[in-house]
Design a protein around this ligand. Sequence first.
Ligand code: PLP
Length: 377
Amino acid sequence: MSGERTRAIRAGLNSDKTWNAVIPPVSLSTAYRREEAGVKPAYDYARTGNPGRDTLAQAIGELEGAQGTVVTASGMAAIDLLLHDLPFGARVICSHDAYGGTRRLLDARANGGRLLPVYVDTADLDAVETALAEPVALVLVETPSNPRLRISDIRAISALAREAGAETAVDNTVLSPILQRPIELGADYSVQSITKIINGHSDMVGGAVSCRSATRAEQLAWWANCVGVGGGAFDAYLALRGLRTLPVRAREQGKSAARIAQWLQQDERVARVDYPGLDSHPGHTLATTQQSGFGQLISIELAGGVADETVNRLALFSLAQSLGGVESLVNIPAKMTHASMSPEARLEADVPDHLIRLSIGLEDAEDLIADLDQALG
Ligand code: PLP
């Protein structure tokens, strides 16, 4: 098997049989002509499948070590896809500090009685075990969690869940399959918001569910077609272009993030730095056993609990709610990415109003440090 950089770069190259284009062309057609009514061609209707989306799914699946991957219209569609065939009223354990939109989705499904979400600090194995004492269908773990970057033990949780008859899905958005491969660690699914570091250029929205089981991948592809949440052809083209440089970007952004986290930690204007690459991070040792890098996200609390004024003084970090792009972003989760969570839920997940999340891009780390330095005042 070739290395991850080779696989990412070569994905789908030279597959065009019409013109021998090196880069696979985008197929925007909604419909594909049949030779005969009763003979189904490889593609017949774009909701069901299109060649570019399949190439992207294959590339992500190979990087995740999956038996099959379904590419969806967004990261939320990918998470929702996992919920479609759960029994009515099924209990779903979810990391208590998962992305705000994930909690909003589970809470919305709970309102209709479709599901019963149970929010647990999945970094605490005893808490997971206690929650598994009652029947559970799915354990949805976000690790590192966003924004607190808590680390949950994928191997241990997958084993506990399997013993209890539950499946485990890991939201792997923060790290991508370059820095963490949940299926190889025992999980049943690895979920991605492709919108983030996989695409990396902040110009499309997409998601993916990679599956340990080929049968489950087929079932989820059936659901994606049934409810119409498969990814679009042009978005797949953009994401595949981004994915070619994913291994290089993920590692370079991680290197800058480590440098910046260290700088922030020694600065007395900063009261707390959450970055799993720091020795002081409570999940650092565990992270080194299941991650091959620490990613591009850093969360900080400033001395005096200020946030807005400092964030507004930043020039090289755009105030915007995404992560993983080549451009650095700053976000105040309580007012932006996690605003849909109730104040009580934010308190429980320890997402205070003054928490600041930085997504480190590919600018020069020294320039980013100089910008933080002037903004800290
Ligand atoms: N999972 C995580 C960890 C996220 O940060 C996000 C979005 O911010 C999502 C899922 C949802 O992805 P999307 O915005 O592509 O629907």
